[in-house]
Write a protein that binds this ligand. Sequence first.
Ligand code: PCA
Length: 224
Amino acid sequence: MPSSATPVSLPTVLMTGFDAFGGDAVNPSWLAVQDLHDTVIHGHRVVAAQLPTTFEGSGRILLKLMRLHKPALVVCVGLAGGRGGLSLERIAINVDDARIADNAGAQPVDVWVVPTGPDAYFSTLPIKAIWQSLIAAGIAAEVSQSAGTFVCNHLFYVLMRALKKQRSLHGGRKPRGGFIHVPYLPGQGLPCMALADMVRGLQLAVSCALTTGQDAAVGAGALH
Ligand code: PCA
């Protein structure tokens, strides 16, 4: 007998990674979030999407995905070659300043992300609590004070601006979000991290963001 119960659709977590850029063959940020696509974390279904490494396209597509999925949480991920662990970005700044051209050939220098926007937005992820849970799980991690001035910072700024303007959803809680940089994969450069650890770390970060209200009060000085 067919069930009369209406299938309950789960709230969504939107995760994004970037395509390869700057001469690299792959971008671990996309490989890692792709692994989490369609998984369920604390009653939320993960939707993973790849964004182009372009100033123009990345933000535009992110906003479209946010309108479509109405996520309770958004975690954007990118590669930061040279970082030693998962970098929990604290702040997005209102400047594009590209050392290399993006994948569309654009290379903005010292221009605003949003000319009328504030200087910066803070992540609304509980970055200290996430840091603690990653270290407890044996995954290299740090709180980072700069996401750079290339496409990742640009996307982070667009994300935080969009979240700031949103009303509360899901039981009165405002959707939260932020940005996490991952290191190189083994063979891509040093320092590096295995893909499985990146995936486990991002899953833990999502889980922590969905279950932590107030961030942990641990000083940045205590993190190293
Ligand atoms: N990292 C770049 C852009 C795309 C990516 O994965 C950055 O850190 O800006």
